[in-house]
Design a protein around this ligand. Structure first.
Ligand code: ZN
Length: 404
C-alpha cells in the first residue's frame, strides 16, 4: 500500500500506518479543542485515540498469529483511519481454520473487556455507574473493546463476522457459493452502514463504502474461482510461444515483440528454460547495452514457473498478486508453454458468454478444443481425446469438475 509509514515489527510482522491516519489524529485533536480549548484536553483525546488504535493492532495481531498457527503468513498490518487491515498471504482453505482466524480478533477484544471489568471490580465497591463510559479511562476501554468486538462480528463480509459466516456456510455448501452468499449479505450491510452513517457518523459511512468495494472484489474472485473450477494450467496454456537464446542479441526479441502480441520471452538453451525476459528488462537492456547486447546480460535468471497440472485458479492468483503478466509452464526444466493473465481473462470472458446462454453452461475441460491443451514438447503425458472444435458438447450446468 502506498503512503504508509513503517512503525516497526511485532512477531516478525511489519506494522505500518497510512498517512491519512494523521488526518484522523488532527481531526480528533480539533474535536477535543472545540469541547475544551486546553492542551490537556487535546492531549487526553489524542492519547485515547492512540490507545484505541493500539487495541486495533492487538486485534489484527490476534488474527495474524492464529493464521500463523495454520501455516499462513501475514504480509503486513496497516492502520487506516477506519481501522486495521491484516494482509494474510492467503485465506486458510479449511473452513474451521478460517472460522478460528476470523473469530480470533473479536475474541481478543472480549478478553480485554473482561480484563478491564476485572480491574474496575478490583478497584473497590462496584457501583453500576462506575462501569459506564465516561466515568474512568478503564471504563472507556471496557466499552471500546465491547464495541470493537461486536462491530467486527456483524456479518458484513469481508469483516470478521462475514468471514466467520462464510466459513460456517462452507461447511454445508461449496466455498464459492458460501462466498457469494456472504458477499451479498456484506453488500446489504454496507448499504445499511452508508445510510446510517450519513445520518450519524461519517466514519461508519466510509467503512460501509469500503466494505462494499471489498465485498464486490471477493465476489468477483468467487466468480473467477467457479469459472476455473476443475481447470488446470494446461487448459489455458499458450503453446505457440516465441523463445530466444541467451546468446541472441537484444535485436531478436525486439523483432519478435514488434511482430507478435507477445511481450515476455522465455530464454531457452537447448531444451531447457534458463531465464525469462520480460518487456521491461528488454527495454532497460536496450538503454544500457543497445540492440547488440546479449539476452543473457538482461534476462531474469530467477523466475517463477507453473506446472501443467497445477490448479488454474491458484496460478491465476499468483499472476494477479505479483502484477506479473506471464508465467512459463515447465516440466523437468523443459518449457511446455506460457500462461498469461490476458489468456486467463479471455477464458473468463468465454465463461461469462457461455453462462449468459439460456441454461447457463460453463467452461469445462470437455468444452475446451483439443488444440488448446496439447504441449509443444513430448514431455506431456497423453491426454484423453477432447471433442474437436465445432463439436463442443454441452455439459450440464453446475456440473462438478471432472476428477483428475
Ligand atoms: Zn478483525
Amino acid at each position: 500500500m502506498r503512503w504508509t509509514l513503517r512503525l516497526g515489527r511485532v512477531a516478525g510482522i511489519p506494522i505500518q500506518v497510512h498517512a491519512t491516519f494523521l488526518l484522523l489524529v488532527a481531526w480528533v485533536a480539533w474535536i477535543y479543542w472545540r469541547i475544551d480549548p486546553t492542551i490537556t484536553s487535546v492531549r487526553d483525546g489524542v492519547v485515547f485515540l492512540l490507545v484505541v488504535f493500539g487495541i486495533v493492532v492487538l486485534h489484527e495481531l490476534s488474527h495474524a498469529l492464529t493464521a500463523r498457527a495454520f501455516g499462513v503468513g501475514t504480509t503486513d498490518i496497516t492502520l487506516l483511519p477506519i481501522g486495521g487491515i491484516s494482509r494474510l498471504e492467503r485465506q486458510p482453505e479449511r473452513p474451521h481454520q478460517e472460522l478460528l482466524v476470523a473469530l480470533a480478533g473479536p475474541a481478543l477484544n472480549y478478553v480485554l473487556a473482561a480484563v478491564c471489568l476485572a480491574v474496575l471490580l478490583a478497584r473497590g465497591p462496584a457501583t453500576p455507574e462506575a462501569l459506564l463510559p465516561g466515568q474512568s479511562f478503564v471504563a472507556d476501554l471496557l466499552w471500546v473493546n465491547v464495541a470493537l468486538g461486536t462491530f467486527n462480528l456483524l456479518p458484513a463480509f469481508p469483516m470478521d463476522g462475514g468471514r466467520a459466516l462464510r466459513a460456517g456456510l462452507s461447511m454445508v455448501t461449496t466455498r464459492v457459493r458460501a462466498t457469494r452468499i456472504a458477499a451479498f449479505l456484506g453488500k446489504v450491510m454496507a448499504a445499511v452502514f452508508v445510510v446510517v452513517g450519513l445520518m450519524w457518523s461519517p466514519v461508519l459511512a466510509l467503512i460501509g463504502f469500503f466494505v462494499w468495494l471489498a465485498a464486490s472484489a471477493e465476489s468477483a474472485t468467487a466468480d473467477m474461482q467457479r469459472a476455473m473450477e476443475g481447470l488446470a494450467v494446461r487448459d489455458a496454456m499458450i503453446t505457440e510461444v516465441q523463445t530466444v537464446a541467451p546468446t541472441d542479441p537484444l535485436a531478436s526479441p525486439v523483432h519478435l515483440m514488434l511482430s507478435s502480441f507477445q511481450q515476455d520471452f522465455p530464454v531457452v538453451e537447448g531444451q531447457r528454460i534458463v531465464g525469462m525476459l520480460p518487456q521491461e528488462a528488454l527495454l532497460e537492456g536496450l538503454v544500457r547495452l543497445g540492440h547488440a547486447g546479449p539476452v543473457s546480460a538482461v534476462m531474469a535468471r530467477e523466475f517463477q514457473a507453473a506446472l501443467p497440472e497445477e490448479d488454474l485458479f491458484e496460478v491465476a492468483g499468483r499472476l494477479r498478486g505479483r502484477a506479473r503478466r506471464c508465467l512459463p509452464v515447465v516440466r523437468d526444466g523443459a518449457l511446455l508453454g506460457v500462461v498469461t493473465i490476458d489468456n486467463v481473462a479471455e477464458l473468463l470472458r468465454v465463461h461469462a458468454a457461455l453462462e449468459a446462454r439460456p441454461g447457463g453452461m460453463r467452461v469445462t475441460r470437455a468444452l475446451l478444443p483439443a488444440g488448446s491443451s496439447t504441449g509443444t514438447s513430448g514431455g506431456e503425458p497423453p491426454r484423453p481425446a477432447a471433442p474437436a472444435p465445432g463439436a463442443w458438447s454441452l455439459t450440464e450446468p453446475r456440473q462438478p469438475p471432472p476428477s483428475r
